[in-house]
Design a protein around this ligand. Structure first.
Ligand code: PLP
Ligand code: COI
Length: 341
């Protein structure tokens, strides 16, 4: 089928309604088979658990057109696994991991003409999500749920594409110690909305959250993990129980070590050491790798030597290698690329 008439190169990170989505319902203790539907609307009772107690979670992954014309997804098994972890923590029924992957395949195949052409700079972002759908007024989990996946073609997450970002150290915390920071619950994003609007109003692209226990260590941003490059070319990334285990970051750690021969360290990263790093980047499905040029710590500017005009040289190598794997230009490690068409 012919691709949709969309100006792929001009897409930002927004919702564009595609033709088909997947819906499966959980009732009486089991999931139904699920269907592909054209209906993008959801009608729920006013007392549905998702509205009252925010019992909702989601995932994010992308479908890519490769250099040789296939349509592929990147490590969807890890999204399925993370959503299962999230569901368990929120007392939601797990959507079976193999059915998650089948649903991804169905949504992507049905919307193949929305998968942006190779080289356009855009991708088809997939949003699996799940919520408690029956009426609950006492504080407890729902009995009924919906699992859905829709797709939307997207361009860069941050305005300005790959231009280095300016981020600030946040005064508010993202996650409590022993809280829900390590799962992809909607509530983690609800609490970040005040702060992201404030950051934008103050001229910053994102908030960098510190560890909530001591506020001395770097955790992550509202929508991406953080990587640093040392002056001698090592990749350093924060270790913490309250950050989301980013699939992009875990993949980059392998890319750095196995493809680029770099040393990789996952450890506690203190706020007072970040001025010593040579490069910094935000990584995630939406963010890919977005370089950070400057971190503002309450008026004190930490400017990375990589500057404000281009990605640092090591970040660029990581970016080129990761996207090369995703777009089929480079051979992928076993199991990373899930061919759909
Ligand atoms: N951290 C947060 C808070 C996120 O929302 C995301 C996005 O999914 C990430 C990190 C990056 O994770 P991934 O690379 O799995 O997309
Ligand atoms: C993703 O990268 O998939 C996310 O869910 C991040 C979100 C801020 C868009």
């Amino acid at each position: 089928m012919a691709k949709k008439d969309i100006k792929w190169g001009e897409l930002g990170f927004g919702y564009v309604k595609t033709d088909y989505r997947f819906v499966s319902k959980f009732k009486d203790g089991k999931w139904d088979d699920g269907v592909i539907t054209e209906d993008s609307e959801i009608v729920l009772n006013e007392c549905a658990c998702v509205f009252q107690y925010a019992q909702t979670c989601f995932e994010g992954l992308k479908a890519y057109e490769t250099e040789d014309g296939h349509i592929v997804c990147f490590r969807p098994d890890l999204n399925a696994e993370r959503m299962a972890e999230t569901a368990r923590r929120l007392r939601m029924p797990v959507f079976p991991e193999e059915k998650f992957i089948e649903a991804v395949e169905k949504v992507v195949s049905a919307n193949a003409d929305f998968v942006p052409p190779y080289g356009s700079g855009a991708t088809l972002y997939l949003r699996p999500f799940m919520f408690g759908s029956d009426s609950i007024i006492g504080v407890k989990p729902a009995n009924e749920y919906e699992f859905r996946i829709f797709g939307t073609p997207v361009g860069p997450y941050f305005k300005g594409g790959v231009k280095p970002l300016t981020v600030r150290i946040s005064d508010l915390d993202r996650a409590a110690p022993r809280g829900t920071g390590n799962i992809k619950a909607g509530l983690n994003y609800a609490m970040s909305l005040y702060n992201i609007v404030d950051a934008h109003e103050c001229g910053f692209d994102e908030n960098v959250y510190l560890d909530p226990g001591t506020r001395t260590k770097i955790e992550e941003t509202g929508g991406a993990n953080i990587i640093f490059i040392t002056k001698d070319g090592k990749l350093v990334t924060p270790k913490s129980d309250s950050i989301l285990p980013s699939i992009t970051r875990r993949s980059l750690m392998v890319v750095a070590e196995k493809y680029l021969g770099m040393e990789v360290e996952q450890r506690e990263v203190y706020l007072d050491e970040i001025a010593d790093f040579a490069e910094c980047g935000l990584c995630g499905t939406a963010a890919v790798i977005s370089p950070v040029g400057k971190i503002n710590d309450h008026g004190k500017e930490i400017c990375f030597p990589s500057g404000m005009s281009d990605m640092g040289p090591v970040t660029k190598k990581l970016y080129d290698t990761l996207t090369g794997i995703q777009m089929g230009r480079l051979e992928a490690p076993e199991g990373w690329i899930h061919v759909i068409k």
